[in-house]
Ligand binder design. Structure first.
Ligand code: FMN
Length: 196
């Protein structure tokens, strides 16, 4: 079975290090035989999570669209930036809204439940977003995702990529290979289990 993997970054900034990290993941996953869908969260704008808004207007259509996309894939890879030692509000707000989706046209839809996830992080400093990736892991595990252990963290983003966008450091390439391999294996296993 060809695993379907969704890839996105937690920043919509032009030239974002997390976007470049996601590019590397996208290429590596495709090399390893996955069918990859790459999206930008900029294409799914959402209001700040507000339960009054939710009660009055319902869950925004973009959150439902993202929930459907996640559900339609066997695994998801997220590349997060780090803001103030945590994940950025764009990513947290997106997860918060999608976590409110439990139905689609009356049918049950639990996009995060038992879904294989892999995480990457990046920053412009020496700590490579490790605080953000740990917080992101906690949030995703809380909503029911199966987050694989290997993770790829890229420090000093301004120096980390060559002119073609690839990682300069071969160790980053090796770690990304391991992350993608593990995600594909886990996605296959969990999808088979669901399909049994
Ligand atoms: C609000 C804000 C908070 C930040 N906090 C951190 C931080 O805690 N740790 C860190 O390494 N970099 C931090 N940075 C710098 C980011 O690593 C840098 O801006 C990075 O390029 C953002 O990710 P992106 O390139 O994927 O957009 C922060 C940047 C912003 C705008």
């Amino acid at each position: 079975m060809t695993p379907k993997i969704l890839v996105f970054a937690g920043s919509s900034r032009v030239g974002a290090f997390s976007g470049k990290t996601a590019d590397n993941a996208q290429k590596e996953l495709a090399l390893q035989g996955a069918e990859v869908t790459r999206i930008s969260l900029a294409d799914y704008p959402l209001p700040i999570m507000d339960e009054d808004l939710e009660r009055e207007k319902g869950i925004p259509e973009n959150a439902v669209k993202l929930a459907r996309l996640i559900a339609a894939h066997d695994g998801v890879l997220v590349a997060t930036p780090e803001y103030n030692r945590s994940l950025p509000s764009l990513l947290k707000n997106t997860i918060d809204w999608v976590s409110r989706v439990s139905k689609d046209n009356g049918r049950p839809l639990h996009p995060f439940s038992g879904k294989a996830f892999a995480l990457c992080s990046s920053s412009n400093g020496p700590f490579a977003g490790i605080y953000a990736i740990n917080h992101l892991r906690t949030v995703l595990v809380h909503v029911g995702c199966e987050v694989v252990s290997p993770q790829c963290s890229i420090m000093r983003g301004q120096d980390a990529f060559d002119e073609d966008g690839g990682f300069k450091d071969p160790r980053s390439r090796d770690i990304m290979t391991t992350v993608c391999q593990t995600l594909i294996e886990r996605a296959r296993m969990l999808s088979t289990r669901i399909g049994e």
